[in-house]
Design a protein around this ligand. Structure first.
Ligand code: NAD
Length: 295
């Protein structure tokens, strides 16, 4: 079993670090929050006094931080000069593609190997160890990272070179944001046309309108399998996180001059929804803004 530094023990990182400890690893944990450190200790990790201290003598570093600026800062200030050259560096945060590539280049310049490995799956999957990891880095780096990631997830997939993990993640979530809004529109229109929403679901989910947002995450209560819609849109994937990913997708699209009109529209609609939403609701809750009458 390996010694691993885990930095960023929040909603996602807390459960992930606990699963590494449960798998028998010696996990040296650090977070700016004392509360998060206490929880990690209770879950079998060894709290460190700083990110640099956590990195001493480790075989791997895993980070799960809010955004690109945190990732760039923590690697430059605390990890690169503290970690053994033999360690594999694994950033699981969702961040912008440009920063992911830049931090990996900075690691390489220091003689270190790094991958970006953002996740699909929320807090429940992080706690249960059933995340999906999409990994950007060399084939050799992927193989080294996979050994650790498989203790925290159900699938670990190599996407390509550094930055590719983040590219897959934001393109997937742009598709998800757009299909969720389209699913909401179709269900509300069907209902306004006098159809029973369950009947619409039964037919569309086995027809060409079939998609994940409809089939497994139907945004209307009582329709389809259990989803956050059945729990007043609590739990699941917060609309604010969907908006974060859509903004990252728009930034990436701008950097390569890609046309993303549906992504742009989805971003604008989620911006309005999140600004008006006081309850940190699931992203499927956007149906409420469409269900109201236009007049
Ligand atoms: P979070 O805010 O709960 O946790 C982030 C943690 O990082 C916090 O505990 C914070 O104290 C810590 N932190 C910040 N700066 C630090 C520093 N300099 N040194 C040490 N610790 C520091 O966020 P989260 O929900 O766990 O999300 C983490 C990442 O995972 C984000 O990039 C998010 O987009 C992504 N993600 C989240 C979900 C989800 O459902 N929450 C799903 C998929 C991906």
């Amino acid at each position: 079993m390996a010694r691993i530094a885990f930095i960023g023990l929040g909603n996602m990182g807390g459960g992930m670090a606990a699963n590494l400890a449960k798998a028998g690893h010696d996990v040296r944990a650090f977070d700016l929050s004392a509360d998060a450190l206490d929880k990690a200790k209770a879950a079998g990790c060894l709290p460190a006094d700083s990110a640099a201290a956590a990195c001493e003598g480790v075989e791997a570093v895993v980070t799960m931080l809010p955004a690109g600026k945190h990732v760039e800062g923590v690697y430059a200030d605390s990890i690169f000069d503290a970690v053994p050259k033999t360690a594999i560096l694994i950033d699981c945060s969702t961040i912008d593609v440009a920063t992911a590539k830049r931090v990996a280049e900075a690691a390489a310049a220091k003689g270190l190997t790094m991958v970006d490995a953002p996740v699909s799956g929320g807090i429940g999957a992080a706690n249960a160890g059933t995340l999906t990891f999409m990994v950007g880095g060399s084939a050799a780096a992927f193989e080294r990272a996979e050994a650790f990631l498989s203790d925290m997830g159900k699938a670990v997939i190599h996407a390509g070179a550094n930055g590719s993990g983040q590219s897959v993640k934001i393109c997937n979530n742009m598709l998800l944001g757009a299909t969720m809004i389209a699913t909401c529109e179709a269900m509300v229109l069907a209902q306004k046309l006098g159809l029973d929403p369950q009947k619409f679901y039964d037919i569309a989910s086995v027809s060409s309108g079939s998609c994940w947002s409809l089939n497994t995450y139907a945004p209307m209560p009582g329709v389809g399998p259990q989803s956050p819609a059945d729990n007043d849109y609590q739990g699941g994937f917060a609309a604010a996180l969907m908006l974060k990913d859509l903004r990252l997708a728009m930034e990436a699209a701008g950097s390569v001059d890609a046309e993303t009109p549906m992504g742009a529209k989805a971003t604008a609609l989620y911006e309005a929804f999140v600004a008006a939403d006081v309850g940190n609701h699931d992203f499927s809750g956007i149906i409420r803004t469409l269900a109201t009458s236009k007049t």
